[in-house]
Design a protein around this ligand. Structure first.
Ligand code: FEO
Length: 393
């Protein structure tokens, strides 16, 4: 139990040990499931809950906080890391209503089998008085599910943003201590979770701009008592044009593709282009996602397995396609033993992106002189594209 302001407490859980989210996303720094207790002069509200594995922590913190009667359990987001304890909370607090929007209500009924009569639904912009404090709800769909919303505590200027602005960072500090570290973790979180919804987020940043926000209290990671830190970072990640940078993700079986990757890296560097390189046999996919936040070009390097890309290359391409980065150009380099459609299949996997596909460089067997010339030409084409697009400082 930690205090943001008088009568406003963080009562959630720190998950120091968790190293994977959704059985997909690496959590090198663990995570937290923040829940906030707001004691108004007449009513008490709990903002979000915790992952069901941490319900005991929430219950214990609520007892420590002397929570007593809870009138409202606000659910900003139906995903189970924040809603998982709602059923137990409703058993412990039979008087409590779950306050949320109609879409989230339906999802909570579907995922957690919460009875319909336990809900109080709110409209976008609606307020809910707690006596001397007032909650206001702002719909912010698609950060990162369709039902997500934020709750604003008017009198104290606190925005409870759930996943929005969050970071997977287990810390004993309630508030941000090392700004650079938190921004890096928040960038990782943005890249993995939020990036596909850039245009929605851009709209939400404008929608929330008129609010007098003194603190942003997300449901993962530390609370921002200097909101500009994360608001400015989000504006940059969402709105800025991509950088003069290539994200190069590759795998090599018998060294042919790796030699091409080495040459291609040097060729790009010689042309003043930043390269971030990921060997997919051991790359941290979170680092790869972060690289995609501002890469102008994404290149996949792959050998041919049977007739298609190496499964790790196909996996990376699937990830890139799903994360919808702002990259403007895509390409493929690699090799094959006797035949195959490796570049075509990777291009197909990446087809969800609105990016120009630059002709790939693919060699039969080990790279020869003409292969390296072709890679130089591809680097020239990328440099020219970046320059034409005004991405070169
Ligand atoms: Fe932290 Fe979308 O749940």
């Amino acid at each position: 139990m930690r205090q943001l302001k008088p009568n406003i407490l963080e009562v959630g859980a720190i998950d120091w040990e968790r190293r994977l989210f959704d059985e997909l996303i690496p959590l090198p720094d663990g995570t937290t499931y923040n829940a906030y207790l707001i004691k108004g002069s007449e009513k008490t509200a709990l903002i979000d809950t915790v992952d069901f594995t941490k319900t005991e922590d929430l219950v214990s913190h609520l007892i420590d906080a002397g929570a007593g009667r809870i009138d409202y359990i606000v659910s900003n987001h139906a995903e189970q890391d924040h809603s998982g304890s709602i059923p137990d909370m409703l058993l412990l607090h039979p008087e409590a209503k779950v306050v949320t929007n109609p879409k989230c209500k339906q999802m909570l009924m579907d995922h957690l089998h919460i009875e319909e009569d336990r809900f109080l639904t709110v409209e976008d912009g609606q307020t809910l008085p707690l006596g001397d404090k007032t909650l206001q709800f702002f719909y912010t769909p698609w950060v990162h599910w369709p039902e997500t919303m934020c709750t604003y505590l008017q009198e104290d200027g606190i925005l409870f943003s759930c996943d929005f602005f969050g970071s997977h960072l287990a810390s004993s500090h309630l508030f941000v201590q090392e700004e650079a570290k938190v921004v890096q973790d928040a960038k990782r979180y943005y890249a993995e979770i939020m990036m596909p919804f850039r245009s929605a987020i851009s709209g939400h940043l404008k929608k929330l701009a008129p609010l007098n926000i003194e603190m942003i209290a997300p449901s993962h990671g530390p609370v921002y008592n200097r909101p500009a830190l994360i608001l400015d970072a989000y504006r940059q990640w969402v709105n800025d044009p991509p950088a003069n940078k290539v994200t190069l993700a590759y795998v090599s079986m018998h060294d042919s593709t790796r030699r091409m990757v080495d040459h291609f890296t040097e060729a790009l560097m010689e042309r003043g282009i930043e390269v971030e390189r990921f060997n997919l046999t051991h790359a941290d996919l979170g680092e790869l996602a972060m690289s995609l936040v501002d890469a102008a070009t994404v290149a996949i390097g792959s050998p041919t397995v049977l007739v298609g890309p190496h499964p790790l290359a196909a996996y990376a391409a699937t990830l890139v396609n799903a994360l919808r980065p702002k990259a403007r150009y895509l390409t493929v380099i690699g090799s094959y033993g006797w035949a195959g459609k490796m570049p075509d299949q990777l291009q197909q996997i990446l087809s969800g992106l609105k990016a120009e596909f630059l002709d790939p460089v693919v060699v039969k067997g080990l790279a020869r002189d003409e292969t390296y010339v072709a890679l130089d030409d591809l680097a020239d084409r990328i440099a020219a594209k970046h320059k034409e697009a005004g991405l070169v400082a």
